[in-house]
Write a new protein. Structure first.
Length: 365
């Protein structure tokens, strides 16, 4: 059997437009979720994240392409399996708990089989997994956002789904609750051996939680990689900009790639004379005060654990530099800038598009 047969969820060239003539919300999407994997789909608002989940769950029908669950087609090519038959648990962005039902009844709602007693026992069991069993007889409005989310998670997990889909699971939580719920969610998913697709617009969330992260841009999957690879080897400009803070320094290819912040090896063999942008991250930039330095501190953002410096080079190009929280230099200080890329990322500026996923040095228009 091929790989598609063993993946939990497979999308094959899936297209979806919500209305005739409107642009595709999802364009030629192909990816697979493997067993025991947590996959994050990351993208800005409107990039097709919710649509993707709705297609997998069966709340939307693709215009073309196929979706397989556990190797069996559920939509496409005339095939259609109803959402209730898909064994998919979904946690909606607004939790969508039933306000007139207790937490216990909310969780029991999706349990169809067995006596009321055995369904209640199962519901209590998952409520205890998410740490909410003591509040089983309360109503949703009596809960905090984090507690509601736990219940929504319990309700989705109760029927023992093949896969869990989570739509922006932390977006309605206070910032200080997010990290806690993130760890908690990971613990629950791992403990229950549940595979999940989580969508989010928050890169930190995606990088922290997922085994692999896919970046969506206007319905297209631009890259699907492990978090470190996504950050260190972005395959497109969009990914470089959206994941991690990136500054772009213009350069030109000579014997090496010549830029205002130094020369870098032309390992990809870009043609001499080509104009490129070098991607630089704040953790790759350092500086020392120097009267004849090539940069100036334009301002400093104190962020608690670090100082984020904004530097301006002679050409007007801007760079950010991450520095210890104790290092304070005033705006206007002239500095000598050092750039040490952990991995060289260069995008040609000309119309020619090149993508080479195997190489640390990628290129795209
Ligand atoms: P995301 O979840 O990433 O914010 P969505 O999947 O909700 O993105 O939306 C993708 C695109 O599809 C957007 O342009 C959005 O306006 C459009 N869209 C989503 N749902 C509908 C709908 N029910 N009717 C018409 N257009 C929709
Ligand atoms: Mg959405």
């Amino acid at each position: 059997m091929d790989g598609a047969a063993t993946s939990l969820v497979t999308l094959e060239d899936v297209w979806k437009s919500h209305a005739p003539g409107s642009p595709a919300a999802v364009s030629g999407l192909s990816f697979a979720l493997e067993r025991n994997e947590i996959l994050a789909l990351l993208g800005p608002s409107g990039s097709g994240k919710t649509t993707t989940l709705r297609l997998i769950a069966g709340f939307d029908r693709p215009d073309s392409g196929r979706i397989l669950l556990n190797g069996a087609p559920v939509s496409g090519e005339g095939m259609w399996i109803e959402p209730e038959q898909r064994r998919i648990g979904m946690v909606f962005q607004d939790y969508a708990l039933f306000p007139h039902l207790t937490l216990l009844d909310n969780v029991m709602f999706g349990l169809r089989n067995g006596s009321r007693q055995s369904r209640a026992d199962s519901a209590r069991h998952v409520l205890s997994v998410v740490g909410m069993v003591e509040l089983a007889h309360r109503y949703p409005h009596e809960l905090s956002g984090g507690q509601q989310q736990r219940v929504a998670l319990a309700r989705a997990l109760a029927p023992g789904p093949l896969v869990l889909l989570l739509d922006e699971p932390f977006s309605n939580l206070d910032v200080d609750m997010r990290a806690e719920m993130r760890d908690e969610l990971l613990r629950i998913l791992r403990a229950s051996e549940t595979s999940a697709v989580m969508v989010t617009h928050d890169q930190e969330e995606a990088l922290a939680v997922a085994d692999r992260v896919g970046v969506l841009n206007q319905g297209c999957l631009e890259q699907l990689s492990e978090p470190e690879v996504l950050y260190r080897r972005p395959r497109t400009r969009f990914v470089a900009e959206f994941v991690g803070q990136s500054d772009f320094i213009p350069g030109v290819v000579g014997d090496a790639i010549e830029t205002e912040v130094g020369s870098f090896p032309n390992d990809a063999g870009l043609p001499a004379g080509a104009r490129v942008d070098l991607v630089v991250r704040p953790d790759e930039v350092d500086f020392e005060p120097s009267d004849d330095g090539d940069g100036v501190v334009s301002h400093r953002r104190f962020r608690g654990a670090e100082n984020l410096y904004h530097l301006t080079l002679r050409s007007g190009a801007r760079l950010r530099s991450s520095q210890p929280s104790t290092r304070a230099l005033v705006a206007g200080t002239r500095v000598e800038v050092t750039v040490r890329p952990a991995e060289l990322i260069v995008f040609p500026c000309d119309a020619e598009t090149r993508d080479d996923p195997e190489d640390g040095l990628q290129a795209q228009r």
